[in-house]
Design a protein around this ligand. Structure first.
Ligand SMILES: [Zn+2]
Length: 69
């Protein structure tokens, strides 16, 4: 972690710069890993599957209506 005051590099666990005695803010927490599958979040695939199944059922109903009259 570089010192924000003087830019001196300090070890990550240091909270006080060894050069200028300035306070070093703690490093930001790592970004929360989001559960993704093939680039899409899991809920995206769920929505995609729901739309696909929904359109499939609608087409089945339309065919039944056409055939059954
Ligand atoms: Zn410093």
């Amino acid at each position: 972690m570089d010192c924000p005051s003087c830019g001196q590099h300090n070890p990550d666990d240091k909270r006080i710069c060894w050069k200028c005695q300035g306070e070093i803010p703690p490093p930001p927490p790592p970004p929360k890993p989001s559960r993704t599958y093939l680039g899409l979040p899991v809920w995206g695939w769920v929505v995609f599957a729901a739309m696909f199944i929904g359109s499939f059922l609608v087409s089945q109903c339309n065919q039944a209506n056409l055939l059954g009259g």
